[in-house]
Design a protein around this ligand. Structure first.
Ligand code: CO
Length: 287
């Protein structure tokens, strides 16, 4: 890996490390998820980075892709299992990380399982390790707790301005022989007491630029311009568009952009049987 690349990753990790204690402190009973997301995102910017994607705050059976809406009034309540997934990018190099918090008396066993599986998986990583070897460790640890890994969610490679690069690193056993070396990867463990699969559900709060297309609405053209220039082709929140127009107009413009295939959408991912989901994720550079 080139020196400038390593330096950028180092800076992104440093910022991510500094944000972590703040993020953990913010997750508590009655906290507004909109405030949590905004505080984490501002802290990242204040420290000289940029959010690589909107802070995901996914609760209970929602596994991923929930980020607060414009004027979101949702608050954390007792008994919630909260996942915070945040990414810091420096020059396009992304440090992707997630942790889970249970709002209750003691640590939730799903969180114990996801943390243990991540820890063990990270220990096995060395240059030349194959994808299936990492997945095996994750599933074995998760099963030892009596839970299921989420089988259709994966860790992933990281490339410049590409958060979900080759290879995919599933949370369940497989025979993928791809070798990992000289790259950054994110190991992203999802554990559930449900059936072990997620499906796309409403609402959609995260989008990403796909291709330039002519659109009628001024607001739609403005979104497309922001997606390329301000958000640098990385995923963005509907919330980040609030200064462009009213929420209603933004919805219309987003719909138009999806219709012409100018954007990719990331609907909320829910556990199909309604099981609770815990997530633990860390980025690692394999040289
Ligand atoms: Co990730």
């Amino acid at each position: 890996m080139e020196k400038e690349v390593v330096e950028s990753y180092k800076k992104a990790k440093e910022i991510s490390d500094k944000v972590l204690p703040l993020a953990k402190r913010l997750v508590k009973e009655d906290a507004s998820i909109l405030e949590i997301a905004e505080k984490i995102e501002s802290k990242i910017k204040e420290l000289g980075g940029k959010p690589a994607f909107p802070v995901n705050i996914s609760i209970n059976e929602i596994a991923a892709h929930y980020t607060p809406d414009i004027n979101d009034t949702l608050r954390i309540k007792a008994g919630d299992l909260v996942k915070i997934d945040y990414g810091v990018q420096v020059n396009g190099y992304i440090w992707d990380r997630a942790f889970s918090v249970f709002i209750g008396e003691k640590k939730h066993p799903l969180i114990e399982a996801s943390e243990k599986a991540l820890k063990e998986a990270l220990k096995t990583v060395k240059p030349g390790i194959k994808v299936f070897e990492i997945s095996e460790v994750i599933e074995d640890v998760v099963s030892s707790f009596g839970f299921n890994p989420v089988r259709n969610l994966s860790g992933h490679g990281l490339e410049r301005y590409n958060q979900h690069a080759y290879p995919s690193i599933p949370n369940s056993k497989n025979t993928i022989q791809a070798e990992i070396k000289d790259q950054a990867i994110a190991i992203e463990v999802f554990v559930t007491d449900g059936s072990g699969y997620v499906k796309e559900s409403a609402p959609t709060l995260i989008y990403k630029f796909k291709q330039a297309k002519p659109v009628r609405m001024w607001e739609a053209r403005k979104i497309l311009e922001k997606a390329q220039k301000d958000f640098e082709l990385l995923p963005f929140a509907k919330r980040w568009l609030k200064d462009i127009a009213s929420p209603l107009k933004i919805d219309l413009a987003l719909r138009q952009l999806l219709e012409v295939d100018a954007l990719t959408d990331f609907p909320v991912l829910k556990e199909i049987s309604g099981g609770k989901v815990a997530q633990s994720e860390e980025t690692i550079i394999v040289e």
